[in-house]
Design a protein around this ligand. Structure first.
Ligand code: BEZ
Ligand code: FE
Length: 274
């Protein structure tokens, strides 16, 4: 009698088909990916129809992407995978600022701005807010030449790239610290906003009873030679959605008071590992 091929045999055959002489890291990733994918299919006893529904969902996710819309990042964000990748890759020391998700709305090439200037391109139609703080190393020394790439939604709850009426680089700017490590950025108080729900990710959220809100925040990406890049947000302590963030990015240490027109957000960077 011929031996029946088990699902374990099948997995082993597929894993062995990847030639590790080609690209060892790629092969490691693919072998692990098929192992976990097969375990998921077996654990859920996935039917053929359910698998096709998944394939159609992923196809629609790709079809929703264009130059400014990245539905796959949104899917990764709403499944908590983006946050997991940041947690594992940024891994701050005990004193360094906590990281959070990057999100799909970063635009490279924002204008370099003088300290104290406003990132609101057309007036400042929200509640005016001055962000200030100091960038330091883990020992408390102020860091000169730290570059802060800052971005947030406009008071209408949309990023510039989502709003045809918005001037380019609205609510975006790059600032560089001086010898005292201090920064000061004029903006509007960020507002809670809905992540895009007109695509497959929105359907997934609706089908599972989840909210699409992000709690009000301002994004910071801080770079400095010799230090790990920090990708984080400052969250408004008054947001009603801090405990139901659609992308699981809130960390208690990143929640700050934004009342009274000022917000203080001190930042601590870890040195690069040799
Ligand atoms: C953001 O904060 O810009 C964002 C993050 C994840 C998904 C959507 C938006
Ligand atoms: Fe955001």
């Amino acid at each position: 009698m011929t031996k029946k091929i088990t699902t374990q045999d099948h997995l082993a055959e597929v894993q062995a088909s990847f030639d590790e002489q080609q690209n060892p890291r790629l092969v490691e990733i693919l072998r692990s990916a098929v192992k976990h994918l097969y375990a998921f299919v077996e654990e859920t006893k996935l039917t053929r129809e359910e698998w096709m529904t998944g394939v159609e969902f992923l196809t629609a996710t790709g079809q929703k992407c264009d130059d400014v819309r990245q539905e796959f990042i949104l899917l990764s964000d709403t499944l908590g995978v983006s946050m997991l990748v940041e947690m594992l890759n940024q891994m701050p020391s005990d004193v360094a600022t906590d990281p959070t998700v990057f999100g799909p709305f970063y635009v490279p090439g924002a204008p370099e701005m003088a300290m104290g200037s406003s990132i609101a391109r057309e007036g400042n139609d929200g509640e005016p807010l001055v962000f200030s703080g100091t960038v330091r190393d883990a020992a408390g020394k102020a860091l000169e030449h730290a570059r802060l790439d800052v971005w947030q939604v406009a008071p209408n709850g949309l990023y510039d790239v989502q709003d045809p009426a918005s001037p380019p680089f609205s609510y975006r700017g790059v600032f560089e610290t001086g010898p005292d490590g201090h920064f000061e950025i004029l903006t509007s108080r960020p507002v809670d906003y809905l992540i895009p729900t007109d695509g497959p990710v929105g359907q997934m959220l609706a089908a599972t009873g989840r909210l699409a809100w992000r709690p009000a925040h301002t994004h910071f990406m801080v770079t400095r030679p010799g230090f790990k890049t920090l990708i984080t947000h400052a969250f408004d302590a008054d947001s009603p959605h801090l405990s139901s963030d659609a992308v699981f990015g809130v960390r208690e240490s990143l929640i700050i008071d934004m009342n009274g027109g000022t917000a203080v957000f001190d930042l601590v960077l870890d040195v690069t590992e040799e």
